[in-house]
Design a protein around this ligand. Sequence first.
Ligand code: HEC
Ligand code: HEC
Length: 324
Amino acid sequence: MLKWLIRVVLGLLGAAAIAVVSSYVYFFVVLPRDLPPPDLQIELTPARVERGTYLATAVFGCAYCHSDRDWSLFGAPPKPGTIGQGGELFDESAGLSGMIVSPNITPYALGDWTDGEIYRAIVSGLHKDGYAFFPIMPFDVYLYLEPEDAYALVAWVRSLEPVVNDTPPRNPSLFMQWIGNVRAIPAAPWEIDKSDPVQRGQYLAVIAGCRFCHTPADERQQALPGMRLAGGLGMPANGVKVYSANITPDRATGIGGWSERDFINRFHNFRGATVAADAVGFQTQHAWTEYAQMTAADLADIYAYLMAQPAVSNSVDPLLGMQP
Ligand code: HEC
Ligand code: HEC
C-alpha cells in the first residue's frame, strides 16, 4: 500500500539526482557523520501513552503503515491485534529498487532498543545499527515534532502489545544503499505559536502528510506547481485507482463552501462506523476511520490552516481524476 507515496519519494529523489552536486555537499559535508542516540529515559505516564496513541493512530498514520490493514472496509483501517506488527511490502511493483517491508515495532522486535534509539529512529530516520532508513518512513516531517510529542510516540511504541511477527529483512538495491549512506538528519522541532489556530493546524497537517496525497504530480512524480492541496493525485487502493480531493478553499471545486462544522462532521461521521468498501462503491487511501478519532479541536485547527491556503480551482472526481 501507499505505493503512490513511494513514487512521490522516488520523484523527489529524482530531483535530488539532478541536483546531485548540491545534495552531495549537503548530505556528505553539511550533515553530521554520526548522530548518537540521546540519553533518554521516557517514563510511560498514562498521559504520555494516551497522547502517543492518539497521535500514532488518529493523526500521523504510524499504525496505518506498521499494521495489517483490512481492505474490505472503507479506508482500510488496521486489523485489531496487528497494531505495530509491520508487514507492509514496498518493492518493484511499487517502483522501488529493492524490497522493504515495514518492520515490526512492537516490543517483540524493539525490546532491546533504548528510548533514545527509538526516538532517533522516529525523528532522524536512523536504525539502531546506524544505517539511514529509506524515506518511506516519513522522518523528513517527523523531524519537526515537538519534543514532548516525539516522547509520546516513543511511549506509544513501548506500550504496544508485543506481536509475534517476523518481517523479512530489508533488501535494498545498491542505489538504495547509497541513499542509505546519507548522513543523519538532526531533529528540528517547530516552535509553534500555540495561540494561533493556523500554526497549530499546520503542525498537524504537515506531519500527517496531507499534502503528500492531496497535491497532484506529473508522471515523474514532481508536484505540479501552484497546485498544492488541489487534489487529483491518483493512487492505487486495493487494485483500483483513487484520486485525492481538492482541499483548498476554492468554493466551486474545493472545500471553500464548507463551514468548520461541516468539516468536523465529515470526519466524525466515521466514528464508531464500520463502512464496507463495497457499500461506498470505491476504496480509498484516506484514513477515514482513524482520522474520525481526531478531536473536534484538532480538526478545527486543520480547517483553519486549510482555509488560510491559496484557493486553487481544480475539479476532481475520486474515480476519474481531474476533470477539464
Ligand atoms: C508510510 C509508511 C510509514 C509511516 C506513516 C510510518 N512508518 Fe515507521 N517505518 C516505515 C518503514 C518502511 C520503515 C523501515 C525503513 C527502512 O528500513 O528503510 C519504518 C521504520 C520504523 C522504525 C524502526 C524500526 C526498525 O526495525 O527499523 C520505527 C521505530 C518506526 N518506523 C516508528 C514509526 C512511528 C512512531 C511512526 C509515526 C510517527 C511511523 N513509524 C510512521 C514505514 C512507515
Ligand atoms: C494516503 C493518502 C491521503 C492522505 C495522507 C490524506 N488524504 Fe485526504 N483524501 C485522499 C483521497 C484519495 C481522497 C478522495 C477519496 C475519499 O473521499 O476518500 C481524500 C479525501 C479527503 C477529503 C474529502 C473531500 C471531499 O470533497 O469530499 C478531505 C476533507 C480530506 N481528504 C482531507 C485530508 C486531510 C486534512 C488530510 C491530512 C490530515 C488528508 N486528507 C490526508 C487521500 C489522502
